[in-house]
Write a protein that binds this ligand. Sequence first.
Ligand code: C2E
Ligand code: CA
Ligand code: CA
Length: 573
Amino acid sequence: MEEMRYQIDLLKAMNQKLSDAERMYRLICDTSNNAFLYYSFRTGQVRTLGVWDRLFDFHIRDGKDVVKFYDIVDDKYVLPLRDTLYIEKQKLLSDSIQCRLKDSKTWLEFETDVCYDENGAPTDKIIRIKDVTKFKVQNEELTYMAYYDSLTGLYNRNYFVRILGDFVRRAKEEKAIVSVMFLDLDDFRKINDSLGILIGDELVQQVGQFLGTFRDEQISICHMNSDIYCIAIYDPCGDRSVEHIHQVIRKRVKEGFRLSSGQELKVTVSIGVAEYPEAAQNALELINCAEIVMFKAKNSGKDMIKYFNAPILNEFLQSVAIENKLKDAVYNENFVLHFQPQYYADTRRLRGVEALIRWRDESGKMISPVVFIPIAEKNGTIVPIGNWVIEESVRIFAEWKRKYGYPLILSINISAIQYKREDFVNQILGILNKYGISPGEIELEITESVLIDDLSEVKDKLHLLQEYGIRVSLDDFGTGFSSLAYLKGLPIDTLKIDKSFIDSVVEDDSSRIITESMISMVGKLGFETVAEGVENQEQYDYLKNIGCDVIQGYLLGHPMPAEGIEELLIHLL
Ligand code: C2E
Ligand code: CA
Ligand code: CA
């Protein structure tokens, strides 16, 4: 009896322990967020556990029931899933598989484990089923971010470099060509500045979407950044040739893009092209070469395509070298000023001088401003250089005035970047004050590039200069966009007619007609006219006859060091 009671207690205790364990396992299963399919190789028992009911509206009672899964997963996953769900199978092709359901949203992961006894015979099998939709979506987003540019939907730079790398490797094997087109919208900054960044973005997006239409197996397109795109073409020919694609792009961007605001924006693009194997041997270098050539297209007047060649590369390398040396030159003030005399056409009396900068590099060689001023304007060194020119020229000018007392006008070239600085007028006034020069003795030569931006701001500054009595001259007149009608409202004192007109004035009827009407109208508007680049007597006589006021050019005097002007002044005494 005792013995029996003991046995019963023991059994109860064991049952209790078992059901505790069962409860514990159930709890673990239920809170793990997984559904489980259990199979016992020994008994053939199939059980479903965990959050099964949350994921499925069916149950699996034996091995044959697994076909129920095939109704809910996307067709393309049925075959691989069959292997995983073949319940009696011991060795699987893969122990983990992710499937999308027919709802096209949900992703499930099936993970299988098989347990073996000490003899290596399978005992149990567990298939864990988990809803991985959230991770999958996050993953897709990450993948998208890794490969695509969110604004345009085109490839991003990194992925493009990879694809271009693949193109180049393949081209090496197949002895093919790979072309890279580097595209940059013209005057995009102006659009951004005047219409706002949102409009700019919308334009970039629309252009990107249009460029995306070229995409195929052999053509890859990316949005590099800002308003820059790249197209890589494997084995370009026919409809896939650079020329053809360029024509299509050119036509499309000129038609204009309609923005959500209702505005229509027409643009032009500058394109640089570099080809494997001619220009470079790898993806990054190809892109660099194409970019360099694109700059060349920009500097040659925009809205055009340029192809890589060795001279362009050399020119670029030279400008990089100059850029590096220029910073030292600014620091060491390795510049000199030359002055070119200007004479009244009718009396041949000296009117004044134009200050023209030269850079003496470390070897003593003189570098022309035509070479380094554009670089200085690009990298900002024009500001200290320009300041130096103003102060140094005024200093020398003041010395002449003190020594010779001859009434002269000093003309100083001013870059748009300098002109636009807030402290510009005050700075000039400060320097004039320091050297005892009156504002009327100074003439600032500005180019039309100054006038292109915010016109009302430009005008305000011109009026301010005029109020102080500082003269303003419009340089290189006739090369840009300005019409005389447009000039009427501007407080300008002098127009400098560009050398290109003067060059053809004697031979060419049309430029003669333009120059004549220009000079007569300018006279009527009250501007003084200066002809620059006058090289021979014929030009001089002609210009004098049609009423041009002032002559400047090699005929009457080359630009010369300050001492040269002193010589002139001594003889005038
Ligand atoms: P620019 O203001 O149009 O200056 C006239 C240029 O034509 C000068 O070249 C001058 O030497 C040249 N020239 C004058 N007469 C003749 C002629 O009869 N025949 C020929 N073939 N050329 C003549 P330079 O000194 O090389 O200056 C070139 C340009 O560099 C200037 O053109 C101006 O835009 C810029 N520059 C020069 N100095 C400065 C400066 O201090 N500041 C700024 N921002 N730009 C400057
Ligand atoms: Ca000038
Ligand atoms: Ca000029």
